[in-house]
Design a protein around this ligand. Structure first.
Ligand code: EVA
Length: 599
């Protein structure tokens, strides 16, 4: 069967068991695990929860910061029903993994933020116990997405040296499922909506790995069938369609089936469907043909102890906090999040800018400082590694779009965060990736990418590739902070006047602007790092933005404080959160709440 990234579900045709729980783990600092056949059983394992980022569970620094190969292992019992295929699905393993089933290599995956599946039907023992072993590697280099390097210390141990500003959390960070799917099954589907007055026409395409007939049926919230069609390609016409709107979501159920000649169901896949359109036109972003202004946050998957593991309670709290501030949008900076985030956004009517993990494309261990203070070119896109990097980048885009294309919440794809864009080789690198994304997204959603400070209209080579221009800007923080705020304002206006000349026919949004703020600090009059300053910083930024009609969105940096690597620029993490790491509001949250209630 072909690879299917569909989210697991259970019904009469297919089901799954969860392999989440306590697995065994062992570090392999010498990288000799394979030679010693650790795939036959780990010699000295300890217990480790799956899913989880391993780092913050430990009390020893060398374990928290471990960089290199490490192994996981678990066992499971499989019943003797061999009528269906057995598919092993990892929600994500960061950053790369070799998977063995009963000691035999089942597959390899590169890229730490998207799912992968392996058909292990031929490797399992039915009616018996089975073992899964995984060799993981979390090293960063200049061909990995995201980019970075590895530092080898005086005593030989290695740590990650990310070219980005978040902790290199790793491990089996998302759920593991064992799927049972029919021998002939639904592999993938996509839909594209056209609105015609009050009605909608949804064209769909279903991929299966067989020749039997496909039936598509659409049900409304009252479980009433509103449309149906036969064939792998078809159209569903909906009279008086109930649209999916911002913060007012309506979800239909799309039920896909493969049926045999007698009408018996061979496979069935139920999905949610929101009827909406998204496009850019002139200076505006249009949802269902009406302008929408983006208000919200750049986020991270980041929380105490669990690191980047998805947790429903934390995510629910995040949505509550975002709604309380009257936000309508977030960017999945700087990687695709767990699938449950998108399902929740679909239900909440939140808009998502979905970002591929293309971050750190600049040779700098403090890219965030460069991001404010002028950013020097490191000729990153002129290195020999670029071909391989581009290949990994392309795969990451493909997996993100395949996985996320059917979510109404996903209104745009972001293909980079702050690469060097000031020389022609950067454009040459990105152009084929933008072409590729446009080609594979059935909905042809707007594409964007977050531009670094020195990507100004006179120097940048990549804004022309974007349907929405997106800027990360730190006027009043990395540039001219504190007493220099008036200079920051003047410099910001000067740059915006330049963008005004190129944005006569394109929307521009801010994907980052923010100031580090320590939650316990208050000072009157303000100083940098105090809560009063965060408010003054935002007031100044909003004053400037409101003067330019092509500004169509403001995503502040960041929703919450988050963990980074250690350094003199970070106080146990990045403190630009509007909320603290445990999701309590700083003063600026009230400022945003008021502003966004009026916008
Ligand atoms: C910052 N600045 O300095 C942020 C980083 C972020 O965390 C950036 O895109 O330009 C980066 O990752 O706080």
């Amino acid at each position: 069967m072909k690879q299917s990234l569909l989210y697991p579900c259970t019904n009469a045709c297919r089901n799954f068991i969860s392999l989440d729980g306590l697995w065994k783990m062992q570090f392999d600092p010498e990288g000799t695990g394979s030679e010693q056949n650790w795939q036959n059983g780990l010699p000295e394992p300890f217990s480790m929860p799956v899913p989880a980022s391993f780092a913050d569970i430990f009390t020893e620094k060398e374990k928290r910061d471990y960089c290199g190969d490490f192994w996981y292992e678990t066992k499971f019992y499989l019943d003797d029903d061999d009528s269906r295929n057995v598919i092993l699905r990892f929600g994500s393993i960061t950053h790369r993994a070799d998977v063995y089933v009963n000691s035999i290599k089942a597959g390899y995956h590169e890229g730490g933020f998207t799912p992968f599946v392996l058909d292990i039907t031929g490797l399992v023992h039915f009616g018996n116990k089975n073992r899964i072993s995984v060799r993981v590697n979390n090293e960063l280099n200049e061909t990995s997405i995201p980019c970075g390097s590895v530092k080898t210390h005086i005593d030989g141990h290695k740590t990650a040296a990310p070219y980005f500003d978040f902790f290199n959390y790793s491990g089996i960070q998302r759920s593991v499922h064992l799927l049972r799917v029919p021998k002939e099954s639904i592999i993938d589907y996509d839909t594209v909506t056209k609105l015609e007055g009050n009605d909608a026409v949804i064209s769909y395409h279903v991929t299966t790995d067989g020749d039997h007939e496909v039936i598509a049926e659409l049900f409304d919230c009252e479980h009433q069938k509103v449309a149906s069609s036969k064939g792998k390609d078809g159209e569903l016409s909906v009279k008086d369609a109930h649209l999916w709107k911002v913060r007012d979501a309506y979800l239909y159920s799309l039920v896909l089936q493969i049926v045999d000649e007698e009408g018996n169901t061979i496979d069935k896949y139920p999905a949610k469907l929101g009827i909406r359109t998204i496009e850019t036109k002139g200076k505006e972003i249009l949802l269902n043909g009406k302008p929408v202004y983006l208000k919200g946050y750049g986020k991270h998957e980041d929380f105490e102890v669990i690191g980047r593991q998805f947790n429903y309670a934390v995510a629910a709290r995040d949505f509550e906090c975002m709604k309380w501030t009257n936000a309508n949008c977030f960017r999945t900076s700087h990687y695709p999040y767990a699938e449950e985030w998108y399902q929740m956004a679909d239900e909440e009517g939140f808009l998502i800018i979905d970002e591929v993990p293309a971050v750190g494309m600049m040779r700098s261990l403090m890219n965030f400082a460069a991001a404010g203070a002028g950013g020097k070119d490191t000729r990153f896109f002129m290195a020999d590694t670029v071909k391989e990097l581009q290949n990994n980048h392309r795969n990451a885009i493909e997996e993100m779009i395949i996985r996320d294309k059917n979510h109404p919440s996903v209104i745009a794809f972001s293909l980079f965060n702050e690469p060097e864009t000031t020389y022609p080789e950067a454009h040459d690198y990105f152009r084929p990736l933008f072409d590729f994304a446009r080609q594979i997204d059935p909905e042809k959603r707007p594409l964007t990418g977050a531009l670094l400070v020195n990507s100004t209209p006179d120097k940048d080579t990549c804004a022309s590739l974007c349907d929405i221009i997106a800027l990360n800007r730190y006027y009043g923080w990395y540039i001219a902070g504190g007493p220099d705020l008036p200079e920051a304002e003047a410099a910001f206006r000067k740059e915006m006047d330049e963008w005004a000349k190129v944005c006569d026919n394109k929307p521009l949004i801010f994907t980052e602007f923010g100031a580090d703020t320590y939650a316990s600090e208050h000072k009157l009059p303000s100083v940098m790092w105090a809560q009063e300053y965060q408010n003054e910083y935002y007031e100044m930024n909003f004053r400037v933005m409101s003067c330019y009609d092509f500004v169509q969105g403001e995503l502040v940096w960041n929703f919450a404080d988050f963990q980074t690597t250690e350094g003199i620029m970070r106080v146990n993490g990045n403190k630009k959160g509007i909320f603290t790491r445990n999701r309590q509001p700083k003063d600026a949250a009230y400022l945003l709440k008021k502003r966004w209630s009026e916008k």
